[in-house]
Design a protein around this ligand. Sequence first.
Ligand SMILES: [Zn+2]
Length: 144
Amino acid sequence: MDTEVSEPILFPPMPQPDELSAFFWEGVEHHRLLMMRCETCGTYVHPPKGSCPDCLSTSLMPTEMSGRATLVTWTQPMQPFDPYFSAHQPYTFATVNLVEQEPLRFATNIVDCAEDDLRIDLALVVTFREVAPGCTLPLFRPAP
Ligand SMILES: [Zn+2]
């Protein structure tokens, strides 16, 4: 008799795309990091908004990013708020800055990097990981 019991699959809090963020998640699905960019003044806008915070233009277009960033700050949460994250400790939650603009902050996780190797301005590159069935997220790892 087979008595093997498989662990239940844990899901992180799942993205809930709306009208403004649907393009972002569609890009992630195809392993492309997209940000809104103002067609009038060129400013990148993240999180996506209906208008440019610099010139108030409503002419914004999804634009593919290089995927390169630098590390701004990070933490390794000791009391995660969600069972998914508790099951994946330790993990590094971080704010990175995409190289296309200063500031252009992005909240993510750092992967493939020992805690001792983390430092401010560490060069990073995006990596798309399926963290649960059907859920891919844009995470960052040290640049090669
Ligand atoms: Zn603008």
